[in-house]
Design a protein around this ligand. Structure first.
Ligand code: NZQ
Ligand code: ZN
Length: 391
């Protein structure tokens, strides 16, 4: 059935090379006291830090900084950011970096408006409501998560070994600056991981047996073909603007809500992967790359095969004049080859240091003690089998 839906993505995007001049005026709309957040230093190495600080100073704004936001950002960074916001009476937050920095900043924005600990937003037993958040703007430096245009953020708690994501419309960035040239310095590995993440965001929505809007399926197929085409080029030629621009805009549209078309379907590979990165701190896109082909394989049967045929023929150019199961198997093989050969990512858990020690725990947490109602319903035992296939 084609669902009713609301389309509302109120994020202003400045896309392109020469847009940073708009940063000061945009920040000014939200106040005078700015907290700028960033990661481990890549923005200094590429000269972006100096440019951003100049725009802020030229606009006559006051600036505080929170560096050191980790990949798989930790709740401790959110705590520190919230503390700074309260102490310095911050008006507006500016995240400069990849998805981790943007995610942490969104949750700093919400945590600055409450008295409780930030982890209360993520603890399943508490699930503190989000009622208010400071405005967040961002300058994106890595194409992957789509955090620049979505309302979600994922935070890790090393003490409890949990990594939880949560969405709220108040967390949508007000303005995102997307300059593809800021991603020229992204390593081949992070480029590949980012693209695997984008593909997964689309696959989580595309693979379902509910009737879709045909135009959205075509749109998703176009996005997937774009990512598959331009990722190897960006890896070969890191400063290829066309490749970086296509990946950057694809990352935003893969998860900004447009492709959902009103479907309220649980994702499958993401909750499973978050358990991997919670325990092993591996790169999110890498975990997804290893899991996704195995999950596709696990979910394939006579009731789902038609979706694989559509994917194989329309996205991967597989010959349609073959039996459906043959096309489906070829689609999984070809998709694996995209991730592991064309993108160059590791194929198995042992290659990235994961053994079977935590399979049961991670599987139980991934299904939250019950059933993950995605493309195919998955219970703990199913997730363990998918893990085993990754060995
Ligand atoms: O910390 P710095 O020094 O900036 O280095 C980062 C980091 O080491 C580096 N990097 C970023 N931009 C760069 C660069 N290196 C060179 N040149 C540049 N221009 O790349 C490394 C990874 O950065 P990170 O921000 O962690 O990567 P990503 O954007 O993939 O974010 C991953 C996080 O986002 C979450 C993931 O779970 C993970 O925690 N996700 C967020 C989502 C959302 N908000 O909707 C959805 C996703 O599914 C995902 O779960
Ligand atoms: Zn993701």
């Amino acid at each position: 059935m084609i669902h009713d839906f609301v389309y509302d993505i109120p994020v202003k995007v400045y896309f392109g090379r020469d847009q940073l001049k708009n940063l000061g005026p945009e920040l000014k709309k939200y106040g005078k006291r700015v907290l700028m957040t960033y990661g481990g230093g890549s923005i200094k190495r590429i000269g972006l830090y100096d440019k951003v600080v100049k725009e802020i100073r030229d606009a006559g704004l006051e600036l505080w900084e929170l560096p050191g936001i980790e990949p798989n950002p930790r709740v401790s960074s959110v705590r520190e950011g919230a503390r700074m916001c309260k102490e310095h009476d911050i008006d507006v937050l500016l995240a400069v970096g990849g998805g981790s920095t943007v995610d942490a900043t969104k949750w700093i924005a919400a945590s600055a408006c409450v008295d409780h600990d930030p982890w209360d937003f993520f603890d399943y037993d508490i699930w503190a409501p989000v009622k208010k958040a400071l405005p967040v703007l961002d300058v994106l430096t890595l194409s992957a998560t789509g955090s620049e245009m979505d309302s979600g953020g994922v935070i890790s708690n090393p003490e409890t070994k949990d990594k939880h994501g949560r969405m709220h419309p108040l967390l949508l960035p007000k303005v995102s600056f997307l300059d593809p040239s800021n991603t020229f310095s992204v390593s081949a590995y992070q480029t590949a991981c980012g693209s695997a993440d984008m593909l997964s965001h689309i696959i989580e929505v595309y693979f379902n047996m509910d009737q879709d809007l045909y135009m959205l399926d075509c749109f998703m197929e176009g996005l997937m073909k774009t990512i598959i085409k331009y990722t190897p080029l960006a890896i070969r030629e890191p400063d290829n603007y066309e490749a970086r621009a296509n990946l950057m805009w694809a990352s935003s549209w893969a998860i900004n809500g447009f492709i959902d078309g009103g479907k309220d379907l649980a994702w499958s590979c993401h909750p499973i992967e978050h358990e991997l990165s919670a325990i092993y701190d591996i790169t999110h896109g890498l975990g997804l790359a290893i899991l996704t082909p195995r999950w596709l394989d696990y979910c394939l049967d006579e009731t789902t095969v038609s979706k694989y045929v559509q994917f194989g023929v329309n996205v991967l150019n597989i010959n349609p004049e073959q039996p459906p199961m043959v096309i489906a198997r070829q689609a999984i093989d070809k998709f694996s080859s995209v991730l592991f050969d064309s993108f160059g990512l590791s194929r198995t858990f042992p290659e990235v240091g994961i053994d079977a020690t935590h399979f049961e725990t991670m599987a139980r947490k991934a299904v939250n003690g019950g059933v993950l109602n995605g493309f195919k319903p998955l219970r703990q035992a199913d997730v363990v089998k998918i893990f085993e296939a990754c060995m």
